[in-house]
Design a protein around this ligand. Structure first.
Ligand code: ADP
Length: 163
């Protein structure tokens, strides 16, 4: 089941939440900063050992002080206008995160709207890619959550889900 919710992803008690990280995996602003501050300093220590992550790939750490058991760190593309492979890189974020979660036996997972903050990906186009990937994995999880941080993102996702 795919659900659209408006929430702070750090509050969700699920098997895994996904972090929209950067290539260093050493923390940043936006949802990345929120996840690191809620998880505590052990998360940064765990991320240091991973030695970064290429765009479109995904890495797993425990959730430490988060209600979620695990954090999947994925690195979305920076939007450069759409001709720089952004769409397939964004799709890879979702596919690789879902593959990792499934292979680990996780049953519930929430995604933020990857790349649509400072990385500038157009929100509707990003939602279309996110929902298409989630639908491919829908029957392999109990719950896949689109965790929106604003009412306008909820609205966009609801429209994309209905189409
Ligand atoms: P990116 O660098 O991938 O663009 P950002 O963190 O800047 O990542 O933004 C990605 C999305 O995460 C944006 O839609 C932003 O509103 C949202 N966001 C920011 N903080 C949170 C949070 N605590 N929970 C869920 N979503 C959040």
């Amino acid at each position: 089941m795919i659900e659209v919710v408006r929430a702070d992803i750090t509050q969700l008690k699920l098997d895994a939440i996904v972090n929209a990280a950067n290539n260093s995996l050493l923390g940043g602003g936006g949802v990345d900063g929120a996840i690191h501050s809620a998880a505590g300093p052990q998360l940064l220590e765990a991320c240091r050992k991973l030695d970064g992550c290429p765009t479109g790939e995904a890495r797993l750490t425990p959730g430490f002080n988060l209600p979620a058991a695990w954090v999947i760190h994925t690195v979305g593309p920076v939007w450069h206008g759409g001709d720089s492979d952004e769409a397939s890189q964004l799709r890879n974020c979702y596919i690789n995160s879902l593959d990792l979660a499934r292979d680990k036996g996780l049953r519930s997972i929430a995604f933020p709207c990857i790349s649509t903050g400072v990385y500038g990906y157009p929100r509707r186009q990003a939602a279309v890619i996110a929902v298409a990937a989630m639908r491919e994995y829908e029957n392999q999880f109990d719950k896949i959550i689109c965790c929106c941080f604003s009412d306008s993102d909820v609205w966009i996702y609801q429209k994309v889900m209905a189409s």
